[in-house]
Design a protein around this ligand. Structure first.
Ligand code: SAH
Ligand code: SF4
Length: 434
């Protein structure tokens, strides 16, 4: 999400005669876009700010701004704590950046952390900063109304609001015309996307169908689905379009209904497992990935075991796994004690990671000998003579370059794998003589 936000910020600044540089020492303005989801994300920003301090000592003309969630969470306090910061701008105030920068130029500090009920930056075409020009993110909504007990997002990004579908379709079509071949539609809870026009309400399923129809050669992904809202109807729409990628990210957070209740996730283990069965029924062969938080307030050993057994049952293809980190202002911080000792959190996280490594390897091994359609994204990190791309299931595949280039589709026969990567060769076309 922050990638798209940075691209929106670049678009706003370019309209105001700023231009982007990748040489830090050439810059007159350094903006750092921030995340507050866990404390270590904020600590990394604090160390970056120390680096910028050195740059500012060499060139006093440079202005430094902190934008995004950390700006929203800390507001004026950030200006007090970090004296090198000239500008603090929250995620809904980017249109004010040019005006705030004039204030900074006249020697004042600039700050705007007002949240909005409407802002979606729908009319702004983000300036793409990706390297491959094949895959891109498209924001379809902002904010979140779910208030999971551990999460700062509703506070830092404000209320949920959906973006005008015409601007979404326009942006995705524009990307396709420029040669992009994959878009990922982004929102904190995409299933609750809705756009009212007169008496009609456009749902996420309908939006997805419209994006899928742009062109069969445009792959479409989306994130994140919320287990409480993911409907059979969505899965049925996906089944109808082969360019809607067979990969579902469905964060579970915990395998215990009691923990889910404390987390205020508003579904049970049983409901979650039933949703997984629905995915298997409507989209056989789809990959399933998740987010897991371990060591949430009051988590017992048995509740931890339930997370492991759920992961095993689902057989996730991929997971993002985190230790619970108490965040200021959240319900969990106000209501519960962060009482799982750090050592136990670490041990539980290692068990979860170890299990996922095995599941990831098994997931890749299932593809051995298979031929998969791959969208080529770029040169492999390890070898100039190899390319990498992804399958519809979002698995990374490495294969010899031949005459292929980024943006091409190619069928690759998989002959080796690690827990992270599939390795193969472009399939030989069928012999017409046979
Ligand atoms: N909206 C998405 C994800 C948002 S944040 C969803 O509901 O799934 C991405 C992930 O960060 C979450 O899924 C969760 O696993 C993790 N996360 C959020 N707050 C956290 C916290 N306080 N401590 C540890 N992990 C957290
Ligand atoms: Fe945070 Fe929950 Fe909203 Fe996701 S759904 S952003 S975890 S509050």
């Amino acid at each position: 999400m922050n990638v798209v936000d940075s691209e929106v910020v670049v678009a706003i600044l370019q309209q105001n005669d700023y231009c982007i540089t990748d040489q830090m020492d050439e810059a007159d303005l350094i903006l750092v876009n921030t995340c507050s989801i866990r404390d270590n994300a904020e600590q990394r920003i604090r160390s970056r700010l120390k680096e910028f301090k050195r740059i500012k000592q060499q060139n006093a003309q440079v202005s430094v701004g902190v934008i995004g969630c950390m700006a929203e969470r800390l507001k004026e306090k950030l200006l007090e704590d970090e004296t090198i910061v000239d500008l603090v701008v929250g995620p809904d105030a980017y249109r004010e950046l040019p005006a705030l920068l004039s204030e900074v130029e006249s020697g004042q500090k600039g700050i705007n952390t007002l949240l909005s009920l409407e802002e979606t930056y729908g009319d702004i075409r983000p300036v793409r900063m990706d390297r491959n020009h094949v895959t891109s993110f498209v924001s379809i909504m902002r904010g979140c109304d779910n208030f999971c007990a551990y999460c700062v997002v509703p506070e830092t990004r404000g209320r949920e609001r959906s973006r005008d579908p015409e601007t979404i379709i326009g942006e995705a079509t524009g990307l396709f015309e420029k040669g992009y071949r994959e878009v990922t539609l982004l929102g904190q809870n995409v299933n609750s996307y809705q756009w009212e026009k007169g008496s009609r309400v456009l749902t996420f399923e309908e939006l997805l169908e419209q994006v899928a129809r742009i062109d069969p050669l445009l792959r479409v992904r989306f994130a994140t689905s919320h287990p409480k809202d993911m409907s059979d109807n969505l899965l049925k729409v996906m089944a109808r379009f082969s360019n809607l990628c067979r990969a579902i990210h469905l964060p579970v957070q915990s395998g215990s209904s009691a923990v889910l209740e404390r987390m205020k996730r508003r579904y049970t283990r049983e409901h979650y497992l039933e949703r997984i069965s629905a995915i298997r029924k409507y989209l056989p062969g789809a990959s399933i990935s998740t987010d897991v938080i371990t060591g949430f307030c009051g988590e017992t050993e048995e509740e931890h075991q339930q997370t492991l057994s759920l992961m095993e049952w689902v057989g996730y293809d991929f997971s993002y796994m985190f230790k619970y980190n108490e965040r200021p202002g959240t319900l969990a911080q106000r209501k519960y004690r962060d009482d799982v000792p750090e050592k136990i959190k670490s041990r539980r996280l290692s068990e979860i990671i170890e299990l996922q490594m095995r599941l990831s390897l098994e997931s890749k091994e299932r593809d051995l000998g298979q031929t998969c359609e791959v969208l080529v994204e770029g040169i492999s990190k390890k070898s100039e003579d190899h390319l990498f791309g992804r399958t519809s299931q979002n698995k990374v595949v490495v294969f010899p370059k031949g005459l292929l280039k980024p943006g091409d589709y190619v069928d690759v026969t998989i002959n080796r794998c690690t827990s992270a990567t599939l390795i193969g060769n472009p399939a030989q076309p069928a012999d017409p003589e046979q």
